[in-house]
Ligand binder design. Structure first.
Ligand code: ARG
Length: 592
């Protein structure tokens, strides 16, 4: 038998084939293979139980029959894997040390892992909608999560073989442009003269404009009129709008470079402004949308209660009373465009948790609409998250209660990391310390965001995220740096093939080798739930298994075959840690 990259998947498919040829089973049988409680084995199949129940058969008898057939087939070589019946009809699979070692030999580089991982998404066309901020507003701490979580998920999808389109669906067609243009014209501001901090000025102009409208309500009509002019293609307002969008784009790109956000296309809300008519027409034609006080709405009677809002359900408003399009209309037009233009199999949206109700309605509307029209249904997922909290457990703000600017946060991460690095390594020259601080600081901030379960709020703490202990980026980066130093010591390139290694045999070696293989399961788990913290937890555990191994078994020993196998385990740990960090958007360091 050949070495399976992904034992769980391989066992699942082998058992399916074998069962189809085994009396008493049939093509409906699903083996149900999953990682097992480590006390009983590596994987467990529990599908026999449900199958036996459904067909009125004895589960133990069926399980025994399946085991016998599996053992007789070439797919299950007893030198590699042992099968055992357990409980009322579970099948436990234990990989032998021989298999675990062959796996280490077979898969050594990031590219090897990627060849295996590619099967997880297998060329599926996936659109990831991120970070999709609104234009004309400065980025603040709230923009960190879409950028960080989005880029990690995008990198993971790409690594796992998705045919990916990263679409930055910016909010560039909102009502705020009315107020902004009103204020710009009133003050006679020349946008081309704003210079470097143009976005800061725009942000302020909008705030001042809103305050002014509050004092002088008659200004609202002027703003509304400016918006209507813009929506009708007035050349002066269109030119202003283009300048505003450009200013925002430049400012955001600066942040993208620092955070490592990659984008393939930017098709903002404005791009869909001439595509909403078709939406109104189709949804009306199939009887899904109805008029309501001049607005166009879609009711979903099956929504008794919203995910977030407990109030009486409200309909999905897809066209405003004044006939203007809104967030819902552009989102519906966007789904259709992604289907027709990109042939999307899957669309993933990233926003904070407050938009759950919107997406619940968007997904339901799309489903009914596409079914009625006979369009293929893309899978749609909303990846949302909680709030970043301060030490007081309230949304993290500046001392004066303002939202923290993202650029300031990044700068602070760098300077704090520089202090930490200097304290640890005062002898390195300042340039190198600064380079290290860049990876450590930005990486630590990203990691803190990624390692907490995204649907929960988390407390932002510089001390914790920059700590070299615990589930942090510095801890993982340091683990990589320590492994690098071992290789420097023996004068061996950690990327070069390691020859003449004997097979792992001590408990700590085997535990580490098994943990290295766990990378595959961690990728699957992270992908299934689109929750990067699963990958973080795994990397942290891997670093822990490495520490236990390092403390238990000396790496640099006289016996060359033993030293070689231990170095090989160091090299694999290093590759998996670096690959994992890279997927999270964190750059590993040679030394720290
Ligand atoms: N611009 C929106 C916001 O800042 C997020 C857009 C998310 N994507 C979407 N297709 N609705 O809240």
């Amino acid at each position: 038998m050949k070495v399976w990259f992904n034992p769980s998947k391989a066992i699942e498919s082998a058992l399916t084939t074998i069962a189809a040829q085994t009396e008493g089973f049939g093509s409906e049988f699903l083996p149900g293979v999953r990682p097992a409680d480590p006390r009983f084995g590596d994987y467990q199949a529990n599908g026999v139980l449900a199958f036996a129940k459904k067909n009125g058969r004895n589960p133990r008898e069926l399980a025994t029959r399946l085991i016998t057939a599996a053992q007789a087939s070439a797919e299950f070589d007893s030198a590699f894997v042992t099968l055992e019946i357990a409980g009322p009809g579970f099948i436990n699979f234990t990989l032998t040390p021989e298999f675990i070692w062959q796996w280490q030999l077979a898969f050594s580089t990031k590219e090897d892992y990627q060849i295996g991982a590619k099967t997880l998404k297998d060329g599926r066309k996936v659109i990831i909608d991120y970070p999709s901020a609104n234009t004309a507003k400065q980025a603040h701490i709230g923009h960190l999560r879409p950028m960080v979580i989005g880029q990690a998920i995008a990198r993971l999808l790409d690594f796992c073989g998705a045919d990916l389109v990263r679409d930055n669906h910016i909010g560039d067609w909102g009502t705020n442009f009315g107020t902004l243009i009103m204020k710009i014209k009133r003050d006679g501001v020349d946008l081309s003269e704003l210079g470097e901090n143009a976005l800061v000025t725009l942000d302020q102009l909008y705030k001042d404009g809103s305050a002014l409208e509050f004092e002088q309500p008659e200004l609202r009509d002027i703003s509304r009129n400016e918006l209507v002019l813009l929506q009708n293609g007035d050349s002066k307002n269109t030119a202003l709008w283009e300048q505003i969008v450009e200013i925002s784009k430049v400012a955001f790109e600066k942040l993208f470079v620092q955070i490592g956000v990659e984008i393939d296309i930017t098709l903002g809300e404005s791009f869909y402004r001439d595509k909403v008519q078709r939406i109104y027409a189709e949804l009306t034609e199939i009887g899904l949308a109805e008029q309501s006080d001049g607005a166009l709405v879609v009711w979903h009677d099956e929504i008794k209660k919203f995910s977030r809002d407990n109030e009486r359900p409200f309909p999905f408003n897809i066209r405003k009373q004044d006939g203007a399009s809104n967030y819902a209309s552009t989102d519906l037009a966007t789904v259709l465009y992604r289907l027709e233009e990109f042939k999307a199999d899957e669309i993933i949206y990233l926003t904070d948790a407050r938009q759950q109700d919107h997406f619940q309605q968007l997904f339901l509307t799309t489903k009914k609409w596409f079914t009625a029209k006979g369009y293929p249904q893309p899978e749609m997922n909303h990846v949302f998250w909680g709030t970043i909290l301060g030490a007081d457990k309230k949304p993290f703000k500046t001392k004066s209660g303002e939202s923290i600017k993202l650029q300031e946060l990044l700068d602070e991460a760098r300077s704090r990391a520089f202090e930490v690095v200097t304290e640890k390594n005062p002898d390195l020259d300042a340039t190198e310390r600064r380079e290290i601080a860049e990876s450590v600081g930005i990486g630590a901030m990203k990691y803190a965001d990624l390692s907490s379960n995204r649907t929960q709020d988390y407390v932002f703490s510089w001390d914790r995220l920059l700590s070299f202990e615990g589930n942090t980026a510095p801890y993982l980066l340091y683990a990589v740096a320590r492994i690098n130093s071992i290789f420097r010591k023996v004068g061996v390139d950690p990327e070069a093939p390691i020859e003449a290694a004997s097979q792992a045999e001590t408990e700590a070696e085997l535990a580490l080798a098994r943990k290295i293989m766990g990378f595959v399961t961690a990728l699957e788990l992270t992908l299934n739930d689109l929750r990067p913290h699963f990958l973080c937890t795994y990397l942290y555990e891997l670093a822990g298994a490495y520490s236990s191994f390092y403390n238990a078994d000396k790496v640099l020993v006289d016996d060359t075959a033993v030293q070689a196998r231990r170095l090989l385990l160091c090299a694999r740990t290093r590759t998996v840690l670096m690959t994992g960090l890279d997927l999270l958007g964190i750059k590993s360091l040679e030394r720290m």
